[in-house]
Design a protein around this ligand. Structure first.
Ligand code: ADP
Ligand code: MG
Length: 278
């Protein structure tokens, strides 16, 4: 479904963000991408939908090599890749419904997209998706009137509106409180599972990554240093990914013992899971 071979990216500043990354993701697999700040996680996602042009390597999405496309073929291929962002990237002055409908823009003739006229089938679909993400009564609200969690729900519905073949999600919960973060992750997980979509999600929160993914890839300095099941991610492996001190920061600690903190964080999340009903 998604196959990346020897991918590297050197920015024109000289930053070597990726140094030969190879991996493949099967249909329906939820992959969490973790690693310290600057490891190359966002660059990897952005290479996949070609927001960033790779320096070398290939990226096959359903047998189309994203690395070499351009012009109209690139726009078409990109329209099948749903992207969800940390900062939501909504159009503030548009309504919730219009934001979701904008997910269709990539595949519409320019004239129609400028006029913002949509087929009624698209409107019905957007309404269905908004109901699915729990915003059934908020269609007419402007995006700038929503809470962070609601904004991310719009972001998810907009990505699903594209009828994506693949979901790319960059730090979807980084601006949210823990309870909302968990609801959003659960929603992304359910949406992907229901559609048998592969998803690649960068996450700062290690316990959240462990809870909501089938596989975890650890990136450090542009290289894959871990690729395995969430249960294989021991403290030693985390130290390899994050370095001696850094990964403490991923579970919101005051610099106490990392293992205790992770344990505590898990308990906290377990307690939350019992209370939250999404
Ligand atoms: P992460 O998402 O894991 O924090 P990034 O992919 O954002 O990592 O960054 C990886 C490296 O590439 C960093 O050294 C960063 O400074 C550099 N980088 C990211 N984006 C750009 C850019 N647009 N121009 C130059 N360097 C960049
Ligand atoms: Mg990033």
């Amino acid at each position: 479904m998604l196959a990346i071979q020897d991918l590297s990216k050197t920015y024109n500043t000289g930053d070597r963000a990726l140094r030969g990354v190879s991996l493949s993701v099967a249909r329906g697999q939820m992959v969490a991408l973790i690693g310290p700040s600057g490891a190359g996680k966002s660059t990897l996602l952005r290479c996949i939908n070609r927001l960033v042009t790779p320096t070398a390597g290939s990226i096959r999405v359903d047998d189309v090599d994203m690395a070499t496309l351009n012009g109209r073929t690139l726009r078409h291929a990109r329209s099948r890749i749903g992207m969800i962002f940390q900062e939501y990237a909504l159009v503030e002055r548009l309504t919730v419904l219009e934001n979701v409908l904008s997910g269709k823009l990539g595949t519409m003739p320019l004239g129609r997209s400028l006029l913002r006229r949509y087929a009624s089938a698209d409107v019905e679909r957007a309404v269905r998706l908004l109901t699915e993400v729990g915003l059934a009564s908020q269609f007419e609200k402007r995006a700038d009137a929503l809470s962070g969690g609601q904004r991310q729900r719009v972001g998810i519905a907009r990505a699903l509106m594209q009828d994506p073949a693949l979901l790319l999600v960059d730090e979807p919960t980084a601006s949210l409180d823990p309870k909302t973060a968990r609801q959003i992750m659960r929603l992304i997980h359910a949406a992907g599972e229901e559609r048998n979509l592969p998803a690649k999600i960068t996450l700062h929160d290690v316990p959240l990554a462990q809870l909501f993914s089938d596989r975890i890839i650890g990136l450090r300095d542009g290289l894959i240093v871990f690729d395995g099941a969430p249960t294989e991610l021991t403290d030693d492996r985390l130290t390899e990914i994050y370095g001696e001190e850094d990964w403490n920061a991923t579970v919101d600690t005051d610099g106490e013992n990392a293992s205790d903190n992770r344990e505590e964080s898990r308990h906290r999340l377990d307690a939350l899971e019992e209370r939250i009903d999404v």
